[in-house]
Design a protein around this ligand. Structure first.
Ligand code: FES
Ligand code: FES
Length: 235
């Protein structure tokens, strides 16, 4: 005895479902994405540290943090030499124009004190000083800062705590610390512009920097202490 035929409704539903499923199946994606062509997890490749890197065009390795690989010639867009003065040290690299300043500082200069939070210009964790101006370094390509003087959190204090750092230390201006380098750089810029800000002006001056831990009042205390110390805030 043959099996009873399926109802047209069941057959139709099954066929449609399978077709939808196949049509929606996404192809395997390469790892990474921000930097375009990346190495697949399945693709064997050699990683190497980023130093020495002068004169070579490098692409961030999507598989290992802080590893870079020589960029294949066909992937190189326009290699551009970039010369920056970072924390009073001259730096010179040849990089792809799409490398953000924050990645340049962290991955090529090894200055990981500058943090990456949102990478969209919202959180302020990546704030550095570019020619004395507070800049969110995820919003700038490194090549756009060519010729500029950049100060990161590693470049303040000269071996001692900067007055703003001392304020954060004394006033418990941090908890997890993720926002802190950006907060401090933004505060240094704020005090350079206005050495005696009110609490409202401090809050306004730091509105571009987000903190998920402290509730901000201790951060304002810290900047107010640095201001009251009367020392010239420097980058
Ligand atoms: S990482 Fe740059 S603003 Fe958030
Ligand atoms: S101290 Fe944790 S985000 Fe500010």
């Amino acid at each position: 005895m043959s099996a009873p035929p399926e109802t047209s409704a069941r057959v139709g539903h099954g066929v449609l479902s399978q077709r939808r499923c196949r049509a929606r199946r996404a192809p395997p994606r390469p790892v990474g994405g921000l930097f375009g062509p990346a190495v697949s997890h399945d693709e064997p490749h050699a990683c190497e540290n980023c130093q020495p890197n002068r004169g070579r065009v490098l692409t961030p390795c999507a598989r290992f943090e802080n590893h870079w690989r020589p960029t294949p010639p066909e992937e190189v867009l326009v290699p551009i030499p970039v010369r920056l003065r970072v924390n009073d040290t001259d730096r010179e690299h040849v990089i792809e124009p799409r490398v953000l300043l924050v990645h340049y500082l962290r991955d090529l200069c090894g200055l990981t004190g500058t943090h990456v939070g949102c990478e969209t210009g919202i959180c302020g964790a990546c704030t550095v000083l570019v020619d004395g101006q507070a800049v969110k370094s995820c919003t700038l390509f490194a090549v756009q800062a060519d010729g500029a003087s950049v100060t990161t959190i590693e470049g303040v204090g000269n071996g001692h705590l900067h007055p703003v750092q001392q304020g954060f230390w004394d006033c418990h201006g941090l908890q997890c610390g993720y926002c802190t380098p950006g907060m401090i750089m933004a505060s240094i810029h704020l005090l350079a512009q206005n050495p005696s800000p009110t609490r409202a002006e401090i809050a306004e001056g730091l509105r571009g920097n987000l903190c998920r831990c402290t509730g901000y009042s201790h951060i304002i205390d810290a900047v107010a202490q640095a201001s009251a110390a009367g020392e010239v805030a420097r980058g």
